[in-house]
Write a protein that binds this ligand. Structure first.
Ligand code: PEP
Length: 251
C-alpha cells in the first residue's frame, strides 16, 4: 500500500517471566525467517524483560519496542521509565496511548501527545493508539471521535518514518470481536485524511495499524483492507505460532 511496509507488532502487555519470554523470543526467531510475509516484525515486552529479550533479538530482523514511556527525559518520577532509557536498551518503537493506559491511568490526549513527542526526541518511533468505546460506536460517532482523538494526541513534527498510528477499537481489544472490514476501511480512511490535515503528503507514508482481536485466522482478511498497514496484536502475540501466522498474512 503506497510503499508502506506492513508492521506486525506484538504487545505482550503485563505478561511473561524471564523463562517464558526467552522461549517466546526463541520460537519467533526460529520461525521468523521462514514465516514469509512482507511485514516488519516487532515485539513489545513488559519493561522488566526489555533488556533480556533485546539481547536475544540483537542482530535479528525482529525489532524491540516498549509499551509506554514518561513524557520527561529524566527526573523525580518514581517508578516511571523515560524514552531515552528505552532507546538505550535497543528499543526502536514505543506504544503510547494504549486504551488500557488511558483507562487504568487516566491518560489524556495531551499526555499521550507529550509522550509521543518524548519518544521522538529520543529517536524512538511512537505507536500512537486511538480508538472508540462501544458506546461511541453505537451512537454512530466513531469516525469523528477517533479523528479528534488523533488530532489531539499527534506529536508535533512527525513524518511518515517517525510515527505509526494504531486504530484499536476499545470494544475489540481482548474480546474476540472485530469491526467489519468495511468499518475498519472507513476508519483508516478517516484517520489518513486527518493525518493529511496535519502532515500533508507525509500522511501517505505513515503506517496505520489495526488492533483488536487479530489472530492467525482473521489476519489475512484484516490486513487486506485498503489503508491497513499492519496489526497491533495483544493476546495472539503471546503464542509464537499465532504471531507468525499473522506475519505470514502480511502482504
Ligand atoms: C492490544 O491490546 O493492543 C490488542 C490489540 O489486544 P488483543 O489483540 O488481545 O485484542
Amino acid at each position: 500500500p503506497a510503499g508502506r511496509r506492513p508492521l506486525i507488532a506484538g504487545n505482550w502487555k503485563m505478561n511473561g517471566l524471564k523463562r517464558e519470554a526467552l522461549a517466546l523470543a526463541d520460537a519467533l526467531l526460529a520461525g521468523a525467517g521462514g514465516a514469509g510475509g512482507r511485514g516488519e516484525l516487532l515485539v513489545c515486552p513488559p519493561a522488566t524483560l526489555l533488556a533480556l529479550v533485546g539481547e536475544r533479538l540483537k542482530g535479528s530482523a525482529i525489532h524491540l519496542g516498549a509499551q509506554d514511556c514518561h513524557p520527561k527525559p529524566s527526573g523525580a518520577h518514581t517508578g516511571d521509565i523515560a524514552a531515552p532509557m528505552l532507546a538505550d536498551l535497543g528499543c526502536r518503537f514505543v506504544i503510547v496511548g494504549h486504551s488500557e493506559r488511558r483507562a487504568d491511568h487516566g491518560e489524556s490526549d495531551a499526555l499521550v501527545k507529550a509522550k509521543a513527542e518524548a519518544a521522538r526526541a529520543a529517536r524512538l518511533i511512537p505507536i500512537l493508539c486511538v480508538g472508540e468505546t462501544l458506546a461511541v460506536r453505537d451512537r454512530g460517532d466513531a469516525l469523528a471521535v477517533v479523528a479528534a482523538q488523533l488530532a489531539a494526541s499527534l506529536p508535533a513534527g512527525a513524518d511518515g518514518e517517525t510515527l505509526v498510528v494504531a486504530y484499536e477499537p476499545v470494544w475489540a481489544i481482548g474480546t474476540g470481536r472485530t469491526p467489519t472490514t468495511a468499518d475498519i476501511g472507513a476508519m483508516h480512511q478517516a484517520l489518513r485524511a486527518e493525518l493529511k490535515r496535519h502532515m500533508g503528503t507525509e500522511a501517505e507514508r505513515t503506517r496505520i495499524l489495526y488492533g483488536g482481536s487479530v489472530k492467525g485466522s482473521n489476519a489475512a482478511e484484516i490486513l487486506a483492507v485498503p489503508g491497513v498497514d499492519g496489526a497491533l496484536v495483544g493476546g495472539a502475540s503471546l503464542k509464537a505460532d499465532e504471531f507468525l501466522a499473522i506475519a505470514q498474512a502480511s502482504r
